[in-house]
Design a protein around this ligand. Structure first.
Ligand code: ZN
Length: 121
C-alpha cells in the first residue's frame, strides 16, 4: 500500500494494522507544509477519545461549557436551522410522545376506576 502506515501510538495503543494515510485524522500541517496526521487511525482515535472523556468528565464539562460560550451564537443558529429543517419530524415525534403519555394516563385512570369501583354485596 503506497503511503500507508501502521496504526500505533507511543503508549502501546492502536490496532497495529497497516492502513492508508486517509484512515488517519488530519492534525494541522508539518513544517514542510504536508498534512500532519494522528498516530492512531480514525476508529482507534475515536475510541481513545471516548476513553479519555470517560476518565475526565470534569474536563469534558469544562471544555463543553467554554466552547459553548465561545461559539454561543453559532450553536444557537445551527440549532435553529436544524429545528426549521426538521420541523415535521420534530412535531411527529412530539405528537407520538404525547399520544403515548395520554394513552398511559387513560390506562391508569381506567385501572383506578376499576379498582375503586364499589363491589356488589
Ligand atoms: Zn487503529
Amino acid at each position: 500500500m503506497n503511503g500507508g502506515r501502521v496504526c500505533a501510538d507511543t503508549v502501546g495503543r492502536g490496532c497495529f494494522t497497516l492502513k492508508p494515510e486517509t484512515d488517519f485524522n488530519r492534525r494541522g500541517l508539518n513544517r514542510d507544509g504536508t498534512i500532519r496526521r494522528t498516530l492512531l487511525c480514525k476508529s482507534c482515535q475515536a475510541e481513545a477519545q471516548r476513553e479519555w472523556e470517560q476518565d475526565n468528565p470534569d474536563r469534558v464539562k469544562e471544555i463543553k461549557t467554554r466552547t459553548y460560550r465561545k461559539h454561543r451564537e453559532a450553536v444557537l443558529a445551527r440549532e435553529r436551522a436544524y429545528r426549521e429543517a426538521h420541523r415535521d419530524e420534530i412535531n411527529a415525534a412530539r405528537r407520538a410522545r404525547r399520544d403515548e403519555i395520554n394513552a398511559r394516563r387513560c390506562r391508569r385512570y381506567a385501572e383506578r376506576v376499576e379498582r375503586e369501583r364499589p363491589r356488589a354485596a
